[in-house]
Ligand binder design. Sequence first.
Ligand SMILES: [Zn+2]
Length: 195
Amino acid sequence: MPLKTAADPLDAAGYDRKCLRSILLTHAHWDHVSGVTDFPGVPVLVTAAEHRFINEGGWVTVTARSMDKSQLREYAFDGGPYLGFDHSHDLYGDGSIVMVPAPGHKPGSVVVFLTLPGGARYALVGDLAWQLEGILEREERPWATSKAMGEDAVALRDSLLRMSAIVTRYPQITIVPALGARGYVSLPQWSRSAL
Ligand SMILES: [Zn+2]
């Protein structure tokens, strides 16, 4: 199967890359940032904690450190509580994209809540859990795996429990782990007809 770059789906849909306003990271592991180089000059939004992790994270952030540093933009959690998380940042001030701190997998990991114009809601949880069951059934990663990745087990459990509570209270929100294919199925596809 031919490899695809992060830009390929946008190009195939006829989307002008220059229209991208920013790239929002859930965290800085290599498999979550390696597409950034397809978008030179586009601001990459990170938390201060994740910015430090990029600089100090050793081999796991080599790819992130290879990014153009001038693209990195820090944001702060300057908003109040959001869906059970203590702090938030509302990117456009309209509730359409809201980030909350969800540390544990990495120090500056976030969950991104999306609300589309039609009302559909999503929570992009990055690697908080690798599969949906991690949140739906509160299945934590195996201890040895978590420790090998340098996760903060206490913080991770706290973040997982907050997401688990959201699943119960807001079943209309679709949870999308970055590595789980099922969440992607419900995401709308960009198409030429939308242009
Ligand atoms: Zn990760």
